[in-house]
Write a new protein. Structure first.
Length: 338
């Protein structure tokens, strides 16, 4: 074959087909990484799922208006006009700009999520919604594994992808206009991930049981406030009961009742940034409000994170009036309570 000849078959995937491949590959790697406890495979899962989310959201924009996938819409319009002036390209489509040598950039991930939320009116991606929080966490983890050395507990990655999966697929079911994707691809992903979703829920249930047992043992003891994100010595009440909420029941994850002051506890597997911390604090406040007769007046709130708790996240919660503990604090509290 000459240098000027045919260079062989090309790789061509449509936007939605590309999204489908990345999502399926990501959830397959999640399955493999979770069952084998293999960090590098879970890294691949993060990267693939993030890519699938990005392409899926771009598909939603393209369904509305193809120009919305460009970072600079006005520049894209001008470049398309240039392309159409060329011989034989009068019918060039918007997305063919990406195949040309004309410089156009697609919208960045953060702005992409905002556009889908605001321009398409998709409330699930509003800043205060759980799916948006999971998508933002996914982006933060993806950036860490792509650009820095990595030290992320496997349980954090497992729980994030598990939390993300159902609300993401529900959103795509409602808004993607493609029967094959909705009726074949999404059910296939759900079926493959079913056992792992159960596994992730089991991990969370074990985490709650661990915190409940720790509360039982701390009952009536004086605890170093530093392990609860505060100062001085904290006198833990004598608890009459410590109860874990049933799955799906509104209210606190754990309620510890006493004659003096109840404690309510929110248990998290991970907390990567201040946005996650603010959402957790809002959830605790909501738990107090919906607790009704099951929660006494002015309960003490405690946020327990079984993963890493950075200095930045700690600073965000410092003046909240809420106790907070990360993985190292929990280990120290368990050792103290023995």
């Amino acid at each position: 074959m000459s240098a000027q000849g045919n260079i062989g078959p090309s790789m061509r995937l449509g936007l939605l087909e590309n999204a489908r491949h990345s999502l399926q590959r990501g959830f397959e790697q999640w399955h493999l990484g979770t069952t084998q406890k293999h960090g590098a495979t879970l890294k691949e899962a993060l990267v693939w799922v993030h890519h699938g989310v990005e392409l899926s959201l771009k598909q939603l924009l393209v369904q509305q208006n193809e120009f919305l996938v460009f970072s600079d819409v006005d520049r894209a319009v001008g470049q398309l006009l240039k392309l159409r002036r060329r011989s034989g390209l009068g019918g060039a489509t918007v997305l063919e700009l990406f195949d040309s040598e004309l410089r156009v950039l697609s919208v960045g991930f953060q702005r992409l999520v905002d556009r889908v939320c605001v321009m398409l009116g998709i409330h699930e991606l509003a800043p205060d919604q759980p799916l948006r929080r999971y998508v933002d966490e996914l982006a933060a983890y993806r950036n860490r594994v792509m650009h820095f050395s990595v030290n992320i507990p496997i349980a954090e990655v497992e729980s994030l992808i598990s939390d993300l999966m159902d609300p993401l697929l529900e959103l795509l079911e409602c808004h993607v206009i493609d029967d094959q994707f909705v009726k074949a691809c999404i059910p296939e992903i759900r079926e493959r991930a079913k056992s792992l979703t159960v596994h992730a829920h089991d991990i969370y249930a074990k985490g709650e049981s661990r915190v409940r047992e720790m509360l039982d043992r701390l009952s009536g003891k004086a605890v170093d406030g530093k392990l609860l994100g505060t100062t001085g010595t904290i006198a833990v009440p004598e608890f009459e009961s410590v109860e874990v909420a049933r799955l799906g029941r509104p209210g606190p994850d754990i309620r510890a009742s006493s004659k003096t002051r109840d404690w309510i506890v929110e248990v998290k597997m991970r907390m990567i940034d201040s946005g996650s911390a603010k959402h957790a604090l809002a959830k605790l406040q909501h738990d107090v409000e919906v607790g009704g007769d099951r929660v006494g007046p002015s309960p003490q709130c405690w946020l327990v994170v079984l993963g890493e708790l950075s200095d930045r996240v700690r600073a965000c919660m410092h003046d909240s009036g809420v106790f907070f503990s990360g993985a190292e604090d929990v280990a120290a509290l368990e050792e103290f309570a023995r």
